[in-house]
Design a protein. Structure first.
Lengths: 170, 139
């Protein structure tokens, strides 16, 4: 059987970028912290743009542990939502263009997470990538790592559990 | 003896992120601390419901636990979080203030053990609980 002709690259990219934008934009707290997401295919990297208001200890100075926790949690939630929505984005079933804020999908809810602080966060940009260890119908387990200058020297890692949004079963 | 209220205000003033979130240290004792934070639209995590993002609660928990360690009678010179676990019981009610209470229930020469609870106006039903360990910096 002949495979169907692949879609033009612009169409695919536009749809994926719009899907990601729909998840991230409009969350005031993500904007407040200055977190952005970069996409390569289905892989997301979170970027925490440095700002003086993120400092916890001004004498070192170091990024606030709460900021690190929030950055890791946000990275896990967006990455999990993204993985959950990916099939619908690819099929075109999820199309943010004809959606209002009300139609946007529900996010997974954090049940708990544990952060390990490995080094102090320096006053500069930070990056994070999350991995879905397991995602079932109701629960998901995730891991995440954040680094700054050197990918092999993470400054924090976390593991978390999430309650998945329930699909409408009609 | 230094007025604890002044000390408490200085503690928050010295932490840029605590100030940015509008945290207030309302109580500081002998290894325990209370912090409150007003509801603010910039802290919303779910625009549909207006519920505050869990990350803002985490930042509060971390600050409050650190304050509890610093206030311990053994007087550590400084502290840093080793690890912190947060459990979320329910969403905080939009529009309500969040209060966190932390206690440093054990401290050794190198490690302080802390737990904390966060609530909104309904103080009988916790929004989140946390437990963590912190470093103890010697003078």
């Amino acid at each position: 059987m002949a495979r169907s002709r692949p879609e033009p690259i612009q169409v695919v990219k536009q749809r994926r970028d719009a899907g990601l934008k729909a998840l991230v934009d409009g969350v005031p707290y993500i904007r407040f912290l200055g977190i952005e997401f970069e996409r390569r295919g289905d892989e997301l990297t979170a970027l925490l743009n440095y700002d003086d208001k993120l400092i916890g200890n001004p004498f070192l100075p170091a990024i606030h542990g709460g900021v690190t926790a929030a950055f890791l949690e946000t990275t896990m939630i967006i990455s999990l939502s993204w993985a959950y929505l990916w099939p619908d984005i690819e099929s075109g079933a999820f199309n943010p263009d004809n959606m209002t804020a009300e139609d946007l999908p529900r996010m997974p809810k954090t049940i708990n997470f544990t952060v390990d602080y490995l080094r102090s966060g320096l006053p500069r940009d930070a990056y994070a990538r999350a991995v879905v260890s397991r995602s079932g119908r109701r629960y998901a387990s995730m891991r995440v790592e954040a680094w700054q200058d050197n990918r092999d020297k993470p400054f924090a890692q976390a593991a978390g559990h999430f309650l998945m949004p329930q699909r409408d079963t009609g | 003896m230094v007025d604890k209220a002044i000390l408490a205000r200085q503690f928050i003033e010295a932490i840029p992120h605590a100030k940015a979130l509008g945290m207030r240290l309302t109580e500081i004792g002998q290894g325990n601390a209370k912090i409150e934070m007003d509801y603010d639209e910039k802290l919303i995590g779910d625009p549909k419901t207006g519920v505050v993002h869990g990350g803002a609660v985490s930042a509060m928990m971390d600050t409050c636990c650190g304050a509890a360690v610093m206030s311990h009678p053994s007087a550590p010179a400084g502290t840093a979080t080793i690890d912190l676990r947060i459990d979320y019981m329910r969403a905080a009610m939009p529009g309500q203030k969040i209060r966190t209470s932390a206690i440093c229930y054990h401290i050794t020469r190198s490690v302080a053990f802390v737990r904390a609870t966060a609530t909104d106006d309904d103080e009988d039903r916790p929004v989140a609980t946390a437990s963590g360990s912190f470093t103890v910096e010697r003078r």
